[in-house]
Write a protein that binds this ligand. Sequence first.
Ligand code: DGY
Length: 336
Amino acid sequence: MKMEHRSAAQRPAILVARRIFPSTLQRLRQHFEVEANDADEEWSPPQLIERLQGKAGVLLTGTQRVDAALLAACPQLRIAANMTVGYNNFDLAAMDAAGVVGTNTPDVLTETTADFGMALLLAAARRVTESERFLRAGQWTRWTVDLFAGAEVHATTLGILGMGRIGQAIARRAAHGFGMRVLYHNRRRLDPAIEADCRATWVDKGTLLREADHLMLVLPYTPANHHIIGAAELAQMKPSAVLVNLARGGIVDDAALAQALREGRLAAAGLDVFEGEPNVHPGLLEVPNVVLTPHIASATLRTRQAMADLAADNLIGYLLHGRALTPVNHPPQPRA
Ligand code: DGY
């Protein structure tokens, strides 16, 4: 992108709301007056509003809400750029009404996140973390025939709920790499050519729950998806199944999941996201057959750098050239 040479007074002011990579900050500083958060403080909504005064753009990490109250209190804000693919922190109706563009970071994290989905599935099914805890505790004294015998992964049936880019990348790994039969459920059925590439078959949600040997959740969080996997859905799954949630907290009813795991109504779970994170439902911390990770599915340095760079490109593209690269809304009357 062409470098703009503007005086400080002419350059738009932006806020970077969490600590990001120095190279990304340096790029942003070539174009904008940047207020950064090097201390990586987690600002409350009023603190965020205070820092957004006079700012035309903000780079967010997906946890801070952009809603009608914030938009009304920050009349100069024109763009909120998430460095996440999920954007459930945006109130899109309010942003459309206020003329504020939201952007996310699709594609750059797809393969990395799909890798992590397989990692969680394998770790939970094959009891990797549970057996490591046992070994580290000095409890491994001899070989026994069924020591940490887990669930099979290869050549089983994987169910995928939500079949966007990440779901498709997981399907390809499962079908081509692990010889799995892949079933999926999505609001919209995929193009037959994509289904063929992923070797995935669309089924209704009930069939998915009943037939999957393992179930992977990769759908976006929306109010309609709140607790889309609750006690009733867990009861339809095979007791030998592993559930993986890579998507967002709130999609699974964590209390119901903890109970199902405790009662042996589900073999295991692999969870990267939680309701009310970073808090984790105490019931999940008590059961051994769950692998818990702190929302790191996209966390390789290369991918996180690419996410930060794409968020920066969105700010540069929109504020300097009037065009965001990956917008998630198109306000009819953008703020000038
Ligand atoms: C995303 O990009 O939405 C991931 O969940 C990381 O926050």
